[in-house]
Design a protein around this ligand. Structure first.
Ligand SMILES: NC(=O)c1ccc[n+]([C@@H]2O[C@H](COP(=O)([O-])OP(=O)(O)OC[C@H]3O[C@@H](n4cnc5c(N)ncnc54)[C@H](O)[C@@H]3O)[C@@H](O)[C@H]2O)c1
Length: 419
């Protein structure tokens, strides 16, 4: 027992205790204030992500379950039931509609985060609703929600497109990439490996895994160990994680390395999208060039070609071999490039946009900053062609024409492009 050596000292301690009470109250209030500030107010890199993951979504109830069941109901004879993560996103919305239209059962999942204007995601959601696709509002890190969805629907496939996209934003909010592209992916795989039957999984990797490679065109056999951004590193990590879950649990996994996807309902953070907005506003647009006036070029791939590639990968995905978390035999593990195979200099992209918009762009030629962008991308697509007949058919002029038509239509209907 902690008895003071003399009663005098004991008395003194009690008096001090009374004196320190206001101080203690003060420090407690300050402590609570700091905790509140750290978790809910700090605009630092990890906090907005933490706020996102702390967000609670309401789900459950008979009406909600009926929507889930009806959306995932297979309508065609050989149809499959697919859980599409990132369904309110650019690629996810297009893929969901294509699957639904051919008679597959489709259920969407998306956390509707505010990385870019969420009203665009709501617009895509409305489009999907009209096609009969319901999007569950939730996070891929929510294991209880994922288990519940698999309890209601024994999905045969997962088309996993939810991710934190964009290379430059990784310097601003690295935590969001770890949250969605690594922790979220692992959480999804944990649920998929445990359910019986296990689904086959097709998921989006990225051409950015080729990083600083200089040998072109990029082939699936090339090295992918020099990523130029955290985004690329998380996608590369995803490919290694996929290998592990395939090896241990017999999950069938197909990774798709998309090359700069563009088209209607696209992503506002991508160059073709914000160039369009800025050209129309008369604002200068940055055109990057590499050292020694080196051209920056991209293998721009039109969304409809990407959708066909996604469906081809899904249709050729073999069943997972595990059961209830245990592997019973080797399972399929694949990675495909999905590109257009004809890189176009960004300068030419701007020239096409000028023609379509009938406005001259103010070009601001700048040195390519070292913030994640690489100088060029170029896909070798022979593997996807061999496995499922992947053959892109849309050139940049045609694809951009469709995009510009959609853009002008969408933003003239009272919607404001974000500042
Ligand atoms: N668009 C491209 O050019 C391109 C290129 C290479 C790879 N990819 C990959 O393709 C996929 C789709 O890309 P996109 O262009 O449609 O991006 P997108 O941002 O439009 O779509 C991703 C969707 O996922 C959702 N999401 C993000 N984190 C989530 C989470 N933790 N839980 C639930 N939902 C979450 C977002 O709200 C968003 O709607 C992504 O994996 C992306 O990394 C895209």
């Amino acid at each position: 027992m902690d008895i003071p050596s003399s009663p005098g000292k004991f008395k003194e301690k009690r008096t001090k205790w009374h004196k320190t009470l206001p101080k203690l109250t003060f420090w407690s209030i300050l402590f609570c204030g700091v905790i509140y500030f750290l978790f809910f107010r700090t605009p630092s890199s990890f906090s907005s992500d933490a706020r996102r993951s702390l967000r609670t979504y309401t789900y459950g109830g008979a009406a909600w379950e009926n929507k889930v069941i009806s959306s995932a109901r297979v309508a065609s004879k050989n149809g499959v039931s697919v859980l599409v993560t990132g369904a309110a996103g650019f690629v996810g919305s297009h893929v969901s509609i294509a699957l639904k239209r051919r008679g597959d059962g489709v259920l969407g999942l998306d956390n509707f985060n505010d990385y870019y204007d969420p009203s665009l995601k709501r617009g895509r959601q409305a489009l999907l609703e009209r096609t009969g696709v319901f999007i569950v509002e939730g996070d891929i890190n929510d294991a209880a929600l994922l288990k519940k969805l698999f309890d209601i629907v024994p999905f045969t496939h997962v088309m996993h497109l939810a991710a934190q996209a964009g290379v430059r934003y990784a310097m601003q909010n690295p935590g969001s990439y770890v949250h969605s592209n690594i922790a979220g992916f692992v959480n999804l795989l944990e649920v998929c490996k445990a359910v019986d039957p296990q689904p086959a999984i097709v998921w989006a990797s990225s051409s950015s895994v080729y990083g600083l490679n200089t040998k072109v065109p990029f082939s699936e056999k090339d090295r992918t160990d020099q990523p130029a951004s955290l985004y690329a590193a998380t996608k590369k990590a995803g490919e290694e994680i996929a290998h592990t879950y395939n090896h241990i649990y017999g999950l069938s996994l197909t990774g798709l390395r998309f090359f700069t996807v563009y088209g209607p309902w696209g992503r506002p953070d991508m160059a073709y999208f914000f160039f369009t907005k800025d050209i129309l506003k008369g604002k200068p647009i940055p055109i990057f060039e590499a050292a020694n006036h080196g051209t920056v070029a991209r293998d721009f791939t039109y969304i409809d070609d990407i959708v066909r590639g996604c469906l081809g990968a899904l249709d050729t995905a073999e069943k997972s071999t595990g059961s209830g978390g245990k592997k019973t035999g080797p399972a399929q593990l694949r990675v495909f490039n999905l590109g257009n195979t004809s890189p176009v200099p960004v300068n030419n992209l701007v020239t096409i946009l000028e023609k379509l918009l009938k406005v001259k762009a103010k070009r601001n030629i700048m040195r390519l900053p070292r913030n994640g962008d690489v100088q060029f991308t170029h896909a070798n697509i022979s593997y996807a062609k061999k496995e499922f007949g992947y053959k892109p058919t849309t050139n940049l002029e045609t694809g951009l024409k469709n995009f510009v038509r959609w853009y002008l239509n969408y933003y003239s209907a009272g919607k404001k492009a974000d500042e």
